[in-house]
Design a protein around this ligand. Sequence first.
Ligand SMILES: Nc1nc2c(c(=O)[nH]1)N[C@H]1C(S)=C(S)[C@@H](COP(=O)(O)O)O[C@H]1N2
Ligand SMILES: [Mo]
Length: 421
Amino acid sequence: MRSVPPSEDAYDGMRLRQWSRGAARSAGIERRDLLRLVAAASVAGPLAGIASPADAAPGATAAPGIVKPLPPEVFTVRGTNAETNFAALRPTGLLTPADRFFVRNHTSTPRIDSAGWKLTVWGDGLRGPAVEFGYDELRALPAVTRTSFVECAGNARSYYTTQQNQQVTGTAWTLGAIGTARWRGVRLADVLRRAGITRDAVDVLPRGLDDEVISDGINLGRVRRPLPVAKALDDVLLAYEMNGEPLPPDHGHPVRLIVPSWIGVANIKWVGDIEVSAEPLLSPWNTGLYRLFGPGYPSQGSAPLTRQTLKSAFELTPGASFPARRRHVLTGRSWSGGAPVRTVEVSTDGGARWRRARLRDEPRSGSWVRWSADWLPRDRGPAVLLARATDRTGRRQPEVAVHNTQGYLFDAVVRHEVQVV
Ligand SMILES: Nc1nc2c(c(=O)[nH]1)N[C@H]1C(S)=C(S)[C@@H](COP(=O)(O)O)O[C@H]1N2
Ligand SMILES: [Mo]
């Protein structure tokens, strides 16, 4: 019998104290380098990335290292990443087709053949030596499917600057660093149990097979982020299919993690090994990166980020135009990492009056809801459309997001400017 895993909140508090006391192990990086990263993270700069190159020139249609085509009406290329234009989601259903799904690559997409691939599970949190799983062995385990969004922690980061006039570092995403897919795979819990996880295990560290990440002269090593055992044994998948097809190269072929409701970086792509540790682990992705730094936070940053926040987006291009005195159907999507969405409200007059949007999907945790609202604009000229969601915890999108230097977890209502013509 294993002991009861701590709740997410208890875990957050515990990791924060362990980090400040030096009571966690740096996995694959010098502690000194981690401290340098943390120091760098506490300084806000202009929108360029700590681990992501500056944006590509406007109109660029190729991102270095992304395999799939990136038609400009669907994607905006940002350095090594591709953002989905929200208007391109309007004709799609609840699920985002793989050819419209955003890509966030720290380096570039590796080409991995499932036949030669294996997953190694190892570490002092196992009863015995390392255990390997080939692709076919994994596929032979009981399969589960789950609809879940993957959303970058920095999604909507650019609005800290454009709406709130605040400096942040990182890729200048608007709202399209999110997609929702139906993932099929095996439970990480089943794999960890077969590998002989013990009750002493506290963290698991999945690591990608893509290239090592070099940032400001520090080799951060391969992308890896500790995941607490409580979450790893709960609802995490090792996924090999996306929307009924084998995972495409850009989304983690042959196998990736799906960590429902958590920030994007938890969903490690191209996973090659998983360390199971009896000690708490640190990596750049839960120390300098993916914590909140800024005046409102401790100097070592907040606890590592876990759940995603709450957002809404219109399926419209920026500056879209609408003929006056005609009925239009505004559509969009809302989502929350905290709980299913409860209600969505829309304002077409810049926030003076709000009305309920019609929800098109049954709200579910870890997924988004599509919604629509009618609009009959009277007067010609500029207009500002707003949408705000409330989730089942009662949390509603605020007018202003609390600033952090790396621009994570933007949750404020986004002003969508349009023209009535
Ligand atoms: N191995 C590896 N896994 C990774 C990344 C990466 O660069 N390498 N990027 C992470 C980040 S920051 C995000 S937001 C998601 C994006 O998943 P997607 O590219 O399938 O949309 O993958 C995560 N998993
Ligand atoms: Mo991300």
